[in-house]
Design a protein around this ligand. Structure first.
Ligand SMILES: Cc1ncc(COP(=O)(O)O)c(C=O)c1O
Length: 383
């Protein structure tokens, strides 16, 4: 590509069309999609309800401004939030985390935030400063001050939560960091320490949220009660939308003039989100969980024992296949491209899968068997 900054190492695949969970490139090659555009198009590429909502909204009005009330915005916020929470709409995950950081400092009057090594929260200054990965931060100093780091799943983190801490931010499953599951007991202990010390618990659900793990929010698997939750990716199935959701009690800290965005709450994106949330019903989530059971049985029976595979992690349809150092995840991804399967990587040589939630069990298992065959072939060369 000649006219764009080379911030991405791109694959020579120009995707020009999609339906359900199948994609077609400009050369007419078709692909089974196990990526959802990095966890975004959870309802695939041709969902009729979403298409209808967006098309209808496009003929009415696309944009007004947040200076005017919008029933659409309020309805989507109501469908998104738990009853005791309010939403602030923005355009991306990093912006949702920026809003969370600002709200936490303003509401508590404290500045120090505890984040975790190996995390990912975005690329703008606040979110990048919260991201525990030197590769993301290198060259961009000075970062936002008063951010401390602890090791994920490590008890020593508990001792770092004292009454000077405004907030603790974490992903319950670290996504970009290599699909690392948070330990259930440790997550509870973090929450308890936050409550005891008057620190807000911020859970970044940008990757794990909107049904990805079989529940609306992944924290619901662990019975957590966060003060602030951030979402983006799947919320509008591909139109740019993010949201910071916070406890109603925090509202006085985010009064008129404290925070804003021109595009946040855009009506096209909200029309899409309305379609997503309309379909994210308990019945739909229980279907996702059923598929998940079969997928994880396959992973445990057929994938984890392959030569070159160290372990498998994740939850629901957020899957990390950890390869040992002798296998190169990028080579595996390229080979799968040639076979018409799109997959992702994450840190620590992890093959990451985030398939559309609507994919049939049959196609999920077909994709996994293709991955298994490639890993088996590559692994055989190690022996
Ligand atoms: C957990 C998490 N938080 C935040 C972000 C940043 O989201 P965005 O790229 O929409 O700014 C991501 C993106 O991958 C993410 O996985």
């Amino acid at each position: 590509m000649e006219h764009i900054f080379p911030t991405y190492q791109q694959y020579p695949i120009d995707i020009v069309a999609g339906h359900d969970w199948h994609l077609t490139d400009s050369n007419g090659h078709t692909y089974l999609d196990l990526t959802s555009g990095i966890g975004v198009c959870n309802f695939g590429y041709s969902n009729e309800i979403i298409q209808k909502n967006v098309a209808e909204q496009a003929t009415k009005i696309w944009h007004t401004s947040n200076l005017y009330e919008s029933q659409l915005v309020d309805d989507v916020a109501g469908a998104l939030c738990e009853p005791d929470m309010l939403a602030f709409f923005c355009n991306s995950g990093t912006e949702a985390n920026e809003a969370a950081l600002k709200l936490a400092r303003k509401a508590t009057g404290k500045t120090t935030v505890l984040a975790f090594n190996n995390s990912f929260h975005g690329r703008t200054y606040g979110s990048m400063s919260l991201t525990g990965n030197p590769d993301i931060q290198n060259g961009f100093a000075p970062l936002v001050p008063d951010i401390k780091f602890a090791n994920f799943n490590d008890e020593s983190a508990l001792t770092q939560i004292n009454d000077q801490i405004a907030a603790v931010i974490l992903e319950v499953i670290q996504g970009e960091g290599g699909v690392i599951n948070g330990d259930s007991k440790w997550l509870q202990q973090i929450q308890d320490a936050c409550k005891k010390n008057g620190a807000l618990l911020i859970i970044d659900e940008v990757q794990t949220g909107i049904g990805r793990t079989g529940k609306k929010f992944a924290y619901q698997h662990y019975n957590l009660d966060p003060d602030i939750v951030t979402v983006a990716k799947g919320i509008a199935n591909g139109l740019p939308l993010g949201a910071m959701i916070g406890k109603q009690a925090l509202a006085p800290a985010f009064g008129p003039g404290t925070h804003g965005t021109t595009f946040g709450g855009n009506k096209l994106a909200l029309a899409s989100a309305k379609g997503v949330l309309q379909q994210l019903t308990p019945a739909f989530l229980s279907q996702v969980q059923d598929k998940t059971n079969q997928v994880w049985q396959y992973l445990n029976d057929k994938i984890v024992s392959l030569v070159g595979v160290e372990s498998v992690s994740g939850k629901g349809l957020m899957i990390g296949i950890h390869l040992n150092d002798a296998l190169d995840v990028n080579k595996i991804i390229d080979t799968l491209h040639d076979q018409g399967v799109l997959t992702l990587s994450a840190k620590h040589n992890t093959l990451r899968l985030l398939p559309p939630l609507i994919m049939t069990t049959e196609d999920l298992l077909t994709g996994l068997s293709q991955i298994g065959a490639v890993l088996k072939k590559e692994g055989a060369q190690l022996a």
